[in-house]
Design a protein around this ligand. Structure first.
Ligand code: GLN
Length: 477
């Protein structure tokens, strides 16, 4: 099976169901690549070899009739290391969770396994999903498979790199403000941030609960649909997950009518790389050639997204991360000192600098004298942004924009400048704040060969149109 690295999840599942290939063999290929290519890229924190081989053996032992019911039969999948999976450590890219093993599986994990997927490993990430380059990981940065001197993006860089390098055809990351779309753009794969509430967050370590969303990577539109279809939908264990009409997305990926697509002028701001702008123009031209109508629109609140996002996300993070205090999880420093010293020594040595910065920012924004000026103000702006999207979607079907202002930057280029790092979320944060779904598609390359991601944003729960535009543009290149 010399072609494993280019096989799609759909092909693997199809051949596994027909009995043409064995799940154990495929799992072995994925594990071997994870420990060679994956370790050069530093993409994995933990490999789940023992359980992966058992899952694969169980699939191989099934009757054809049983296998036929598995949409992801034998498909190797990687999970970002903030998604709970029993029997293996979960680090969230942090030192503070040293030795912690989750006592339950995330709902997406349960659903993946029920669909026949094989979990091969837990991927590297920015500490607690805070970052845009993977350089905030306690376990060191991930390298971009396209150019190892460049960042894979963040915070789900390990999952993006694993898919781009052909180690797995599918992986889960998580999104709070762009952490799947931006690394997808940097590594040249597809990344979907589903509607807030479309996939259960049960078992995802909380960063900013009001925008956190488990989100998939894939190399084809069909594969993205497969993983979404297998895992989306209401879960009683996550009260923010939504019961919604869940059609058979796989059945029909053709666009049935011509669309109206809006290009917001604010998404062409200062700092947009000329090659990314050219890729956007090219996409617009292709869409028009395919019979869609592209119109210029305005979303005036766009430049408020970064300040709003960083106030809200940091405020929620400061509350969510309070639980890591040396008592219940992982690391415990100064165990023979007072309780207060144990708390503060554990947090001082367990958290990295970016996480501390967010906790301080968030605590400040929530403090008595500043709550109204920062947190409440940000929550109000967020609501206005949500309405701004809602209003535009009365006139258009999709929004078209760049995913990130530049192609992958160099490792080390932005580490000492947090604001420059935050600005790489400028085009992804708005959809996160509004809770609408958005996708990054690998539609272009720079002259030096770096992938360029193009983003489409849709209205709440209209993932179907995103899947269709992805299939249309990627399958007719
Ligand atoms: N880069 C953003 C941040 O650092 C987004 C992170 C994310 O989506 N998890 O907060």
């Amino acid at each position: 099976m010399s072609d494993y690295r280019t096989l799609s999840a759909a092909e693997i599942a199809d051949r596994t169901r027909k009995g043409e290939i064995s799940a154990v063999e495929i799992t072995g290929r994925a594990l071997a690549l994870a420990s060679t290519v994956g370790s050069e890229l530093n993409a994995f924190i933990t490999l789940c070899e023992g359980k992966a081989l058992k899952q694969a053996e169980a699939i191989d032992a099934m009757s054809p009739e049983q296998k036929s019911r598995l949409p992801l039969a034998g498909v190797p999948v990687a999970l970002k290391d903030n998604i709970s999976y029993t029997d293996y450590p979960m680090t969230c890219g942090s030192h503070i969770l040293d030795g912690y093993i989750p006592p339950y599986d995330a709902t997406v994990v349960t659903r993946l396994i029920a669909s026949g997927a094989v979990i091969i490993g837990k991927t590297n990430m920015d500490e607690f999903a805070m970052g845009s380059s993977n350089e905030n990981s306690y376990f060191g940065p991930v390298k971009n498979p396209v150019d190892p001197e460049r960042a894979p993006g963040g915070s789900s860089g390990g999952s993006a790199a694993a898919v781009a390098a052909g180690i797995v055809p599918l992986a889960f990351g998580s999104e709070t403000g762009g952490s799947v779309r931006q690394p997808a753009a940097f590594c040249g794969v597809l990344g979907l941030k589903p509607t807030y509430g479309a996939l259960s967050r049960y078992g995802l370590t909380a960063f900013a609960s009001s925008t956190d969303q488990i989100s998939p990577f894939a190399r084809t539109a069909e594969d993205l649909v497969l993983i979404y279809q297998a895992t989306a939908g209401r879960d009683e264990r996550d009260s923010t997950s939504v019961a919604f009409d869940h059609p058979n997305y796989t059945a029909d990926l053709a666009l049935s009518r011509s669309l109206t697509i809006g290009l917001p002028k604010e998404y062409r701001g200062e700092g947009l790389d000329p090659e990314v702008a050219a890729a956007l123009d090219h996409t617009r031209k292709r869409l028009e050639e395919l019979g869609h109508r592209c119109v210029d629109i305005s979303l005036p609140l766009t430049d408020k997204a970064i300040p709003t996002y960083y106030v809200i996300a940091s405020a929620e993070a400061s509350a969510n991360l309070a639980r890591f205090d040396g008592v219940r999880y992982g690391l415990r420093e100064s165990r023979d000192r007072s309780l207060e010293e144990m708390y503060s020594d554990t947090r001082a040595s367990g958290f990295g600098p970016e996480v501390k910065r967010r906790i301080m920012l968030g605590t400040y924004a929530l403090s008595a004298g500043y709550y109204d000026a920062y947190y409440i103000k940000a929550a109000q702006v967020r609501e206005l942004m949500r309405r701004e999207f809602e209003e535009s979607f009365k006139h258009i079907d999709l929004i078209l924009s760049p995913t990130a202002p530049t192609p992958a930057f160099r490792l080390g280029e932005k580490v000492s400048d947090p604001l420059a790092m935050y600005l790489s979320d400028v085009y992804t944060a708005p959809a996160s704040l509004a809770g609408v779904p958005a996708i990054s598609l690998p539609l272009a390359r720079s002259t030096s060969g770096l992938p360029i991601g193009i983003q489409f944003i849709a209205k709440h729960f209209d993932e179907r149109t995103l899947f269709r535009i992805a299939a249309t543009l990627l399958n007719n290149k």
